[in-house]
Design a protein around this ligand. Structure first.
Ligand SMILES: NC(=O)c1ccc[n+]([C@@H]2O[C@H](COP(=O)([O-])OP(=O)(O)OC[C@H]3O[C@@H](n4cnc5c(N)ncnc54)[C@H](OP(=O)(O)O)[C@@H]3O)[C@@H](O)[C@H]2O)c1
Length: 334
């Protein structure tokens, strides 16, 4: 029997981490094509912080509760769902609502918990794996033997991108803000990590590639990185922009660089994409990436875990940028 109400963490008003407050809400009911997940653990992502501060409203129809990914067991099935049965262990991309004991999502956005991974590890997979696969591989076309420069290598996105690119046979250069974070990136599979506070990433990228430049840049910083990224790219290179953590979204670029080097500039955001578009990423992940996880040798990097009640502490840690990898909320009984 499902309870009528559940414990959640809600955004009581736009503001700092202290606005995240425990509350009770009605347990959601899965609609057609959706599943209800009894959440064991939920991932914390940068976009949750932006939503909390009032600058990233949930899309129409999505829960107003934060939380874009979770792992747990299937607790109820909406009409027409055939892939899953009650009790299946799943990890899923959510339209929102992960900071709660139960969450609904399209059945097509759930994947099995990979063998050998805990619920905590599984909870930290979907937001970054969907984003990295969709951008670096589907959009950017990264191939084995190419060199990729990944900015923010110690972030949730960055740790995932390093692991996946290295596992698929690419050579990985990455940037991070401390020597300690750089060392963690090398342990994950980067062949060279650049401390951007003490080294110029364009110079290092050129040197490491014999002057040729890198084939792809995955960037979360934007601003003055854009021009430097274009300079760091090789002929036929691709710049994939997925965030502008530097805060600057408008830049002036030299179009001649794009023409002379035949560059491609692209990017995307995950959340506004249609159910079908996200499902297409999920199918590719299941085929090309899930076999590599757990028993396959890859595991997500978990920085720290917090009980659901302490979501504000998790947000404070993420805001400090002291972490490497993922922050996870433990929701179920431990
Ligand atoms: N396009 C999409 O679909 C999509 C999906 C998910 C996330 N994102 C975006 O991707 C970015 C990373 O997300 P995440 O969850 O991986 O974040 P995260 O784990 O909190 O990592 C962010 C890291 O970026 C680095 N950084 C670089 N420039 C920074 C700046 N100006 N201010 C603060 N930190 C800076 C920091 O590490 P250092 O100390 O090494 O600098 C920080 O730890 C976010 O902007 C997020 O919104 C985009």
């Amino acid at each position: 029997m499902l309870p009528d109400s559940m414990k959640v963490i809600e955004i009581s008003q736009p503001g700092g981490p202290e606005v995240l407050k425990p509350a009770m809400r009605a347990t959601p009911v899965p609609g057609s094509g959706e599943i209800l997940i009894k959440v064991a653990a939920a991932g914390v992502n940068r976009p949750d912080l932006v939503q909390r501060s009032g600058h990233y409203p949930p899309p129409p129809g999505a829960s107003d509760l934060p939380g874009l990914e979770a792992a747990g067991t299937v607790a109820a099935l909406g009409e027409g769902v055939e892939r899953w049965k009650i009790g299946d262990a799943v990890t899923a991309l959510l339209p929102g609502g992960g900071y709660a004991e139960y969450a609904v999502t399209p059945a097509l956005h759930a994947l099995p918990v990979p063998q050998g991974l805990s619920m905590v590890e599984a909870a930290g997979l979907c937001e970054t794996f969907y984003t990295v696969w969709g951008n670096l591989f589907m959009r950017g076309g990264l191939r084995a033997g190419e060199t990729v420069l990944i900015h923010g290598g110690a972030s949730g996105i960055g740790t995932t991108a390093i692991m996946l690119a290295a596992a698929k046979g690419a050579r990985v250069l990455t940037t991070a803000g401390s020597d300690e974070k750089c060392a963690a990136c090398v342990r994950l599979g980067a062949s060279r990590a650049i401390n951007y506070r003490t080294e110029d990433f364009v110079e290092v990228a050129k040197r490491e590639t014999g002057g040729k430049g890198v084939d792809i840049v995955l960037d979360i910083v934007g601003g003055d990185y854009v021009t430097r990224n274009l300079t760091a790219l090789a002929l036929e290179g691709r710049l994939v922009q997925i965030a502008f953590m530097g805060g600057v979204r408008s830049v002036t670029i030299d179009m001649a660089q794009i023409m002379m080097k035949r560059l491609t500039v692209t990017g995307s955001t995950l959340r506004p994409q249609s159910v079908a578009q996200k499902a297409a990423i999920a199918r590719q992940l299941e085929e090309h990436v899930w076999p590599l996880l757990g028993g396959g040798g890859l595991r997500p990097v978990i920085d720290s875990t917090y009980p659901l009640d302490q979501a504000a502490e998790a947000h404070r840690r993420m805001e400090s940028s002291a972490h490497t990898g993922k922050l996870i909320l433990e929701v179920g009984e431990r």
